[in-house]
Ligand binder design. Structure first.
Ligand SMILES: [Zn+2]
Length: 258
């Protein structure tokens, strides 16, 4: 006779556990299998109620997925928009590379000049052509210049990396929102919301997700576009994103994305 081992909770791999908190009591949301009246087994999600009393009911996984896909639809931008944005980023990338390339070149040139002046100064002093006080004064000035050039070099290098790539990645994320609407890979959907969403909650049988400012911006644009589909969204002042709003989501990036 075969002995069936008791199924442990760990053997299940529910896609959406760890994504949501309960909107009522802030406990984590857990998942389990259940069998319906017709003998169909399905997965559902519910509050762990670890923080005390909570009246929240369970929510079936297919409903969770449906609601998440609705959220994807809200932020998904038209392909022609994202393609246009990607082309624009490509242009910026090129001009950024050439301008930062020439900036780095200029700084390097200045560094070489400073180094040369220092050498000349030392020779003059050793040959007895200038008094010691003048030598020290001039030497300190040149050393200060050297330090400030090195700092300029560091910030020019950091700048170079900092904004084109995150922008490109964000646009590709927006494109992915369209692709995932027809995906059955729930793990991929979960990972996507973990990446672009914040504060994901389940409450009263509905999913709620907040987005970071650039994505929230896309959602607001979409909502406006759906209201008046005949006029393309314009660069309206009230939609403008501040650098502060954008940097809220990622403290390492302080550049405005749009
Ligand atoms: Zn709860």
């Amino acid at each position: 006779m075969r002995i069936h081992p008791r199924k442990s909770k760990k053997s299940h791999n529910f896609p959406f556990t760890g994504l949501f908190r309960c909107g009522e009591c802030d406990s984590m949301i857990t998942a389990q299998w259940t069998t319906g009246k017709m003998g169909v087994r399905y997965r559902y999600y519910r509050c762990t109620k670890k923080k005390g009393n909570c009246d929240q009911k369970y929510l079936r996984e297919d409903v969770v997925v449906l609601q998440l896909k609705e959220r994807l639809q809200q932020i998904a931008l038209l392909d022609e928009w994202t393609d246009f944005m990607l082309r624009k980023v490509e242009e910026w990338d090129k001009s950024e590379k050439s301008s930062s390339g020439s900036m780095l070149g200029r700084i390097k040139e200045n560094e070489r000049e400073t180094e040369q002046k220092l050498d000349e100064l030392v020779s003059l002093y050793l040959d007895g052509d200038i008094p010691k006080e003048n030598y020290i004064l001039k030497k300190n000035e040149l050393l200060k210049q050297k330090v400030s050039l090195a700092q300029k070099m560091d910030s020019a290098r950091a700048e170079k990396k900092n904004w084109v790539e995150p922008l490109r990645e964000w646009i590709l994320d927006m494109k992915k929102a369209t692709q995932l609407q027809s995906s059955d890979n729930f793990f991929e959907i979960r990972d996507y919301f973990k990446k672009i969403g914040t504060n994901s909650q389940l409450r009263d049988k509905s999913v709620s997700v907040s987005f970071c400012p650039p994505t929230e911006f896309a959602r607001a644009r979409n909502a406006e576009f759906l209201l008046s589909p005949y006029s393309a969204p314009s660069a309206r002042q009230d939609f403008a994103l501040s650098a502060e709003a954008v940097s809220k989501c990622d403290s390492t990036e302080n550049r405005t994305l749009i």
